[in-house]
Design a protein around this ligand. Structure first.
Ligand SMILES: [Fe+2]
Length: 484
């Protein structure tokens, strides 16, 4: 699209600029009738050529939401830009105005009245707080209509979440409450909100280093954060230096596992004497006096090493492989043990949402075995943690580079793995995307349905499934809010 070797602007990452409405999509196979709702995805999709294409990073593109609506075995599709104030400024100018925050580069030069930093709602999306929220951890989420995908500005939980909000909320399976946090520098603020966005609990505490707290884990009683050498150094950005820096000295060559009790707010710290970066968490749960936490783990580095700050890591080398891992914290002795849960490299972990905070038997992820230079992922895996087996499937025909898998329980399911796994794959031949729906209990290479999307969903980050009822409730609330 733009003349560059940057991996994040080519192949499955290539931006897609057309906003589309399409109905009755071509389907190979059969969409299960109990999938009645929508899969929402967001991802990084730069509208204008980045100011510095060499330093452009995957985390920095504009947000576009891609919705695939399923009902009565049929599929419809809509995709739209998230219309942020910063994107409007760039559209007015007809070019990129903002610079990147990951690798640094050209110092920003902003017109009067422009937001000081670009909010890129490219990270996660879900129907929460009676609206479709699209997240970016460096700012507030944007709110959209889950049907029309019209943007209604940012959302601050009735003023209770003033500045930033993680993209990695969790939903408490008992209450449906949203568990989340914001972070700035060394400070984390925890929040719990009900289904309508009313904040029920908040607590602020400090950590020993300004790590990038991209994701966290929750167990029944704890919110869990990892303080790692993967730092987010906001002051660097205005100076054109990389904002994501790998600096083991900042955490004394270790990692701290910080737990915050969800009721008493007691904060405790457990030290691990080695460095690593957990990319995203599968889950956490408690077993007697132990807290068990699982996440894919990068051993080497995440970000530009502090000792070579003027030479950011190239896009082809930026991500090192992550291996699914487990840490077990003994809350009596403070001792932490750890081990791999699979030897297959992968990212974008998922579990049955009814198991959040509880012991899970199955985990799912996109494999990153590195078979093709232009792709990031190359298969989907199901781990059975009781049997210690992993099943990996690859794409049919020309399908590769699957997105984060999303598990949707089957209606009336009893077993944990009775459901569907939804993932959007890139078709190398058509350069368009396809939604594949797999039976998770009978996990195999041929999906139940292969839905041909009318466009490409550039390889992005996260998303979620919403049932029709949730979407309709949200539409009723938004209709009353926007009646005048
Ligand atoms: Fe993420």
């Amino acid at each position: 699209m733009w003349e560059t070797d940057n991996k994040f602007l080519n192949g499955p990452f290539t931006p897609w600029h057309e906003e589309t409405d399409a109905f009755d999509l071509e389907v190979i196979g059969k969409i299960p009738e109990d999938l009645d709702g929508a899969l929402f995805r967001t991802g990084s999709n730069p509208k204008f050529k980045p100011r510095n294409t060499d330093r452009y990073h995957w985390f920095e593109g504009d947000g576009m939401v891609y919705a695939t609506y399923l009902r009565d075995g049929k599929a419809a599709y809509r995709n739209k830009w998230v219309m942020t104030d910063a994107l409007k400024v760039e559209m007015e100018a007809g070019e990129a105005i903002y610079s990147g925050f990951v690798n640094g580069g050209t110092a920003p030069s902003l017109p009067a009245g422009a937001p000081p930093m670009k909010n890129v709602p490219n990270t996660n999306v879900g129907v929460l707080a009676d609206r479709l929220l699209v997240f970016f951890e460096g700012g507030l989420p944007h709110q959209m209509n889950p049907q029309s995908l019209e943007t209604y500005g940012t959302y601050d939980f009735n003023g209770d979440v003033p500045f930033t909000c993680t993209a990695h909320y969790k939903l408490d399976p008992d209450t449906g409450n949203m568990l989340f946090y914001s972070y700035m520098g060394n400070n984390i603020t925890w929040y719990e909100a009900d289904r309508h966005g009313k904040v029920l609990d908040t607590f602020a505490f400090s950590t020993s280093a300004p790590s990038m707290f991209h994701d966290f884990a929750v167990s029944k009683n704890y919110a869990i954060f990892f303080v790692t050498p993967g730092l987010f150094l906001a002051p660097n950005i205005g100076q054109g230096k990389p904002g994501l820096v790998w600096d083991p000295a900042a955490t004394n060559n270790g990692v701290e596992i910080v737990t915050m009790h969800r009721t008493t707010h007691e904060v405790r710290t457990y030290r691990v004497d080695e460095t690593f970066f957990p990319t995203h968490f599968f889950n956490a749960y408690e077993r007697g006096n132990e807290i068990v936490i699982e996440a894919p783990r990068i051993k080497e580095r995440f970000g530009t090493p502090a000792d070579r700050i003027t030479r950011p890591v190239d896009s082809h080398e930026w991500f090192m492989n992550a291996i699914p891992w487990r840490w077990t914290v003994n809350t009596d002795t403070g001792r932490v043990t750890n081990q791999a849960t699979s030897h297959i490299a992968g990212e974008f972990p998922a579990i049955n949402p009814n198991k959040v905070g509880l012991e899970h038997k199955f985990g799912y992820f996109a494999t990153t075995r590195g078979r093709d230079a232009d792709t990031m992922s190359d298969g989907l895996a199901k781990t059975d943690l009781t049997k210690e087996t992993v099943t990996v499937i690859e794409g049919l025909d020309d399908l590769t580079n699957p997105s984060e898998p999303i598990f949707v329980p089957r209606t009336g399911a009893v077993n944990e793995d009775d459901g569907y796994l939804l993932s959007i794959w890139w078709n190398r031949q058509t350069e368009l995307s396809e939604l594949c729906i797999y039976d998770t209990a009978e996990f195999g290479r041929t999906p139940l349905a292969r839905v041909k999307l009318p466009g490409r969903v550039p390889f992005g980050f996260h998303g979620s499934w919403s049932d029709r009822e949730q979407i309709e409730d949200s539409l009723r609330v938004l209709a009353s809010e926007h009646a005048n």
